[in-house]
Design a protein around this ligand. Structure first.
Ligand SMILES: [Mg+2]
Length: 339
């Protein structure tokens, strides 16, 4: 008997049972088995907003071939949590719709679901249900939600000339990681030398401490998660402020040391790696200079990371400042449906 049969041997009901078994084993709770899903609202939520986000993960466009099914499941949850966390909202619950090919193997299915559930356990998220459908490729479409008082949310608005651009991570690791995973996959030595870059793509980390401190201290920022690359995220920050731009400081605060090593080894353009990497899930925020020192001290005191990476200018351009020279950034950034 085949120990790893395709899921067409099971059918939808058995697959849902399998998910339920795994959820029960790892969390002690079952799925909600009804027409709709229910989430108990607590007293403390009565003056709060419900904040939701849904980001779809599609295997052919979003997943390098080296990624394990466990990592795929985990990443599908991380990318959804990131957008809530940069609003300083702690995700509380998740529902997940899955598209599965008929010939998808049972073991891979269990790996995907285990990656999802372990991530939910790690961040204390309630996995309450979802949907399963047959598709041509693996698709994971989670929806996460959380609650926060409207005055404590870090919105994406209110930037002005002279404000300081900050990040809770350095940039470039995912740019290196993707370049290796997509363009140099035949040689294992790259995987050895650039472990952190590879890991940043396969097992992205998110940090919530920075957003929660800014919110708690009522420090006003304009806030975004960098998921489509630094360049695109900067342009998104400018959307409702079309007369403004940025100067970006290309130095050790912005760029990870592994990136400097990589561009020396392979002479790939630094600007492309840093501005166009994508999927960093960094917290980018713009802050008034008067709040800068307080934010920096508070975040560092709580073990968070804080990098000053640029400033807002009153010109509709993004400039790169590197080694005393100024250049204009090319228009990078990932966009779906573009050739
Ligand atoms: Mg997103």
């Amino acid at each position: 008997m085949n120990s790893n049969p395709p899921i067409e041997n099971f059918g939808e009901i058995k697959l849902i049972n399998l998910i339920e078994e795994l959820v029960l084993k790892k969390t002690g709770k079952g799925l909600i088995r009804d027409d709709a899903f229910f989430f108990k609202l607590k007293e403390e939520y009565s003056d709060q907003l419900m904040i939701l986000n849904s980001d779809m993960l599609v295997s052919t466009t979003d997943v390098p071939s080296q990624m394990s099914f466990y990592q795929i499941g985990r990443k599908s949850v991380i990318i959804n949590m990131s957008d809530l966390i940069v609003k300083s909202v702690r995700p509380k619950g998740i529902i997940i719709s899955l598209g599965l090919p008929r010939l998808f193997r049972k073991k891979n299915f269990i790996e995907v679901i285990s990656g999802i559930i372990d991530c939910c356990v790690e961040f204390n998220l309630d996995y309450i249900g979802g949907d399963i459908n047959e598709t041509k490729e693996l698709i994971i479409n989670p929806t996460v939600f959380g609650f926060k008082h409207p005055s404590a949310i870090l919105y994406r608005k209110g930037i002005k000339s002279g404000d300081i651009l900050c990040s809770n991570k350095r940039f470039g690791l995912t740019g290196v990681g993707f370049d290796i995973l997509l363009n140099r996959k035949s040689d294992n030595k790259y995987f050895e030398n650039y472990k952190r870059s590879i890991r940043s793509v396969l097992e992205p980390e998110i940090s919530e401490v920075e957003a929660f401190i800014l919110s708690e201290k009522k420090i006003i920022v304009s806030s975004i998660d960098s998921s489509d690359g630094l360049s695109k995220s900067l342009r998104d920050l400018l959307i409702s402020n079309p007369n403004l731009g940025f100067e970006i400081f290309f130095n050790d605060d912005l760029i990870d040391s592994e990136v400097f090593q990589y561009i020396e080894d392979f002479s790939v353009p630094l600007e492309d790696i840093v501005l166009n990497g994508g999927e960093e899930y960094s917290h980018l925020f713009v802050i008034d200079p008067k709040d800068f020192i307080e934010a920096q001290n508070e975040i560092k005191a709580k073990g968070g990371q804080f990098f000053r990476i640029g400033k807002v200018i009153s010109e509709e351009k993004i400039y790169i400042l590197k080694d005393g020279k100024v250049s204009v950034a090319k228009n990078y950034g990932f966009e779906h449906f573009m050739k």
